[in-house]
Design a protein around this ligand. Structure first.
Ligand SMILES: [Zn+2]
Length: 293
């Protein structure tokens, strides 16, 4: 490492949450996005129609979030609410797309050049300037309406929503000289997957599974939150991703009860564990906190 890098001041990470598990992380010099999703196609529509990303909505969302630069786009799994807008986002910023082989097959149906699409697997470490992204195996939460792989390249025209099969799921550990961050979009766990990984901040997906049963929730808490031991926990993937981003985020109508129970659980457990629970303000650039008031 050169003296210049040694002497370089440590720039904090600034993050922006854009609904679902769409996140932008930057230190002002380099930046990355996880699961960008601005087209906001609902499950009902995806289950019954042919769907396609909407470049106007993507550009509007990125503009509203103040995202001027992205150096790499990562996709946690290939359901439409995670992957659909990722290839066009990478294309817009002329950067690389990283995801499972299913994600790469979705990318083939976009204008993104094949050289910019990279299949990743658990254990991979991807350097993005001052960041380093480690890929962890993860499990999709329940329910999973489109399990399996995307085995063929997507066409450039709209496709049936259920063709967006999950293709396997990842979590991402983002290392940076100011902080270590775990992005865990799926509300599920693999026992032992986080052994040896402790982080400062955890972005935790709380869709679906959290309400499944108290035992499951307790195991998930132990395997993910206790294992990663964050100082700050930021819940994501709690909003109705079929609702347009032109209005404030809302909860899914049928999941309000489970959301309230999840929120109570998180408040209680974070309080006991001394973890700062931070509900994110969408489309608001926020400095990564170390958990101190
Ligand atoms: Zn999914």
């Amino acid at each position: 490492m050169s003296d210049d890098v040694d002497r370089a001041p440590v720039a904090p990470i600034v993050w922006t949450f854009c609904g679902t598990s769409a996140l932008h992380l930057t230190d002002g010099q380099y930046s990355l996005m996880i699961d960008p999703f601005f087209s906001r196609v609902s499950i009902a529509r995806a289950a019954t129609r042919k769907i396609a990303p909407d470049l106007n909505l993507i550009e509007r969302g990125l503009h509203e979030a103040g995202i001027g630069k992205v150096d790499a786009v990562f996709v946690s799994h290939a359901h439409h609410d995670h992957v659909m807008d990722a290839p066009l986002t990478a294309w817009k910023y002329e950067c690389s797309l990283y995801g499972s082989p299913s994600t790469v097959n979705v990318g083939v149906g976009s204008p993104l050049h094949a050289d910019s699409m990279h299949a990743i697997a658990p254990g991979a470490v991807v350097p993005v300037g001052t960041f380093s992204v480690r890929v962890l195996a993860a499990k999709h939460g329940h329910p999973n309406l489109a399990p399996g792989e995307i085995k063929a390249a997507f066409p450039t025209r709209p496709v049936w929503g259920l063709r967006y099969r999950d293709g396997g799921a990842f979590s991402f550990v983002v290392e940076h000289n100011s902080a270590t961050t775990l992005i865990h979009p799926g509300a599920n766990y693999i026992a032992g997957a986080l052994d040896g990984t402790t982080v400062d901040t955890l972005f935790l997906g709380i869709a679906g599974s959290w309400a499944r049963c108290k035992t499951f929730r307790r195991r998930l808490w132990r395997s993910v939150v206790e294992a990663a031991a964050p100082r700050v926990l930021i819940p994501v993937h709690w909003d109705d991703f079929g609702a347009p981003l032109s209005r404030p985020l809302v909860l899914r109508r049928w999941s309000r009860g489970s959301f309230e129970s999840s929120a109570r659980f998180l408040e209680q457990e974070c309080g006991v564990a001394g973890i700062t629970l931070h509900w994110p303000r969408p489309f608001t650039a926020t400095m990564m906190s170390n958990g101190n008031p």
